[in-house]
Design a protein around this ligand. Structure first.
Ligand code: ADE
Length: 225
């Protein structure tokens, strides 16, 4: 079973996500376990201080190293990988998702405010990860993105292993092609018809396969990084 541990000052953000059907079932079936830890529980003062003013001056607050150190120390198992989310990190992709899906435990540190004391990246985290070239308010959504992409690679989570393999290319990317369902023709207004490609209604499996191949995108192909 793979464990995901999230360290955050906003544990409520994850509440509805943990109730999402696939994630809920995967936990019930003990394929994965997601635990959300409130960083404030690892502070020592009555105010439960998690941030402070930056050395060198400047606007805003910086998250302190000590509560994060204590949290990771309390959570970390023998085979854990510790991730820190930051727009300064290495770009996350499908290949990374595959790599992470083989781990026993993934600890994810979510930063908020203007930044995190750099010693977290230097001494505590094994990797600093960015989910894209934009700045979020914090790492919480990044943690959901990582869980979402990693959990579905764990056998059993999105159905049978065979189903997963069917959509995997040799290069370990995912083959993604356009899908349609009923009705065959949708009319949003008079004289306008949105049709399903004829080939998909033909019942000709060879032609359907060719059509899907033509319009496939391989997500996460190593050569296209
Ligand atoms: N925190 C703020 N921006 C981020 C990003 N792009 N990726 C990961 N964590 C972040």
């Amino acid at each position: 079973m793979m464990k995901f541990d999230i360290v955050t000052i906003f544990p409520e953000i994850f509440e509805s996500y943990l109730n999402e059907s696939i994630i809920k079932r995967a936990q019930k079936e003990q394929l994965i376990k997601i635990k959300v830890h409130n960083l404030r529980d690892f502070t020592g003062d009555i105010h439960q201080t998690v941030d402070d003013r930056p050395f060198g001056g400047g606007r805003g607050m910086v998250m302190k190293v000590e509560p994060i150190y204590k949290a990771v120390k309390a959570i970390k198992g023998p085979k854990a990988k510790v991730l820190l989310f930051s727009p300064r990190g290495k770009k996350f992709n499908q290949k990374k998702a595959f790599e992470f899906s083989k781990l026993g435990q993934l600890i994810m540190i979510c930063g908020r405010y203007e930044g995190i004391d750099e010693r977290v990246a230097e001494y505590i985290a094994d990797e600093t990860i960015s989910i894209g070239d934009y700045v979020l308010m914090g790492g919480e959504i990044a943690a959901v993105v990582v869980i979402e992409s990693v959990a579905r690679l764990i056998p059993g989570v999105i159905g049978k292993l065979e189903l997963l393999k069917e959509r995997l290319s040799k290069e370990k990317g995912f083959i993604v092609y356009p899908q349609y369902t009923r009705p065959e023709t949708f009319s949003p207004k008079k004289r306008v018809e949105w049709k399903v490609p004829e080939v998909l209604l033909s019942g000709n499996h060879k032609r359907i396969k060719e059509w899907r191949k033509k319009y496939s995108k391989i997500v996460g192909e190593s050569s296209k990084e």
